[in-house]
Ligand binder design. Structure first.
Ligand SMILES: NC(=O)c1ccc[n+]([C@@H]2O[C@H](COP(=O)([O-])OP(=O)(O)OC[C@H]3O[C@@H](n4cnc5c(N)ncnc54)[C@H](OP(=O)(O)O)[C@@H]3O)[C@@H](O)[C@H]2O)c1
Length: 254
């Protein structure tokens, strides 16, 4: 792998790397020279992605981790430091979207969204904030990139809890930036509109599925690679430039 690529020497952690935006981000960051730690629950998907990246000359470390499990995330952070080196780029991407009307009382779905989309995001921040500050102290770039959603700003029937978790991720990111930016750690939040991934396939609410399918027919959605290239661009900027909040939309989505 060439030393002159935009992200050569960077050590990245990507959560939700087993599919969609996380997988595409892992491919893009590796192609641009970063070593990548791949976190998600589906081990076989991570192993196969790591094999692809290594075959192309990259460094990849697959780790089956539930992002909500504090001890497992902490253990992963130690393994990454030992096997890949000091982390300076974190893509906090794992998420679930399980819409339903609040009167249906699908409490387990609400709790799962809060656990993965919010608590999981904070587990990752907690595990990697020290290496990110250390990387910044060494004088190099250091990035925490959180994946939120246009849902952070939108109002959609049956998506209340999902949108609330994403509003929290956006606001969390801006507040963390106030804390970490003065120490040269860039905090960015990326808020995509519709992206073609597995995310929608886990939904069970019929009305929400019909709305999504109609949107899919009517407009051209983003691909995971579109979002991945935005992530890589954000991380590749000069150290003093922080793209703090990026809303990336399909052109036709209003
Ligand atoms: N697709 C869209 O339209 C869209 C729009 C805006 C924002 N987003 C956001 O983009 C992010 C990525 O979603 P995606 O669209 O790429 O969907 P996706 O293909 O379903 O990917 C979600 C990823 O999260 C992982 N994940 C779920 N629960 C986890 C847990 N407890 N621990 C660790 N990993 C977990 C999944 O892996 P495992 O199942 O293997 O654990 C998977 O890799 C999410 O935060 C989502 O909210 C998506």
């Amino acid at each position: 792998m060439s030393q002159n690529l935009p992200l050569s020497g960077r050590i990245a952690v990507i959560t939700g790397a087993s599919s969609g935006i996380g997988e595409a981000a892992a491919r893009e960051l590796a192609e641009q020279g970063a070593a990548v730690a791949l976190l998600a629950r589906r081990k076989e998907r991570l192993d196969s992605l790591a094999a692809d990246l290594r075959a192309a000359g990259g460094r990849a470390l697959p780790l089956a981790v539930d992002a909500t499990d504090r001890a497992a995330v902490a253990e992963a952070a130690r393994t990454i430091a030992g096997e890949l080196g000091a982390v300076d780029l974190v893509i906090n991407n794992a998420g679930v979207m399980l819409p339903s009307g609040v009167e249906e009382h699908r409490v387990a779905d609400f709790e799962q969204m809060i656990a993965v989309n919010l608590t999981g995001v904070m587990r990752i921040v907690d595990a990697f904030v020290d290496p990110l500050i250390a990387a910044a102290k060494r004088g190099g770039p250091s990035d925490l990139i959180n994946i939120s959603s246009i849902g952070a700003h939108g109002v959609f029937p049956t998506f209340a809890v999902y949108c609330a978790t994403k509003a929290a991720v956006t606001h969390l990111s801006r507040n963390l930036r106030a804390e970490l930016g003065p120490r040269h750690v860039r905090v960015s939040v990326i808020e995509p509109g519709f992206v073609n991934t597995e995310l929608q396939s886990h939904m069970t609410d019929e009305a929400a599925k019909a709305w999504i399918e109609s949107a899919r027919r009517q407009i051209t959605w983003l691909s995971a690679a579109d979002v991945a290239s935005t992530i890589a661009f954000t991380a590749g900027l000069p150290r003093h430039v922080n793209l703090q909040q990026v809303t990336i939309m399909p052109t036709q989505q209003v």
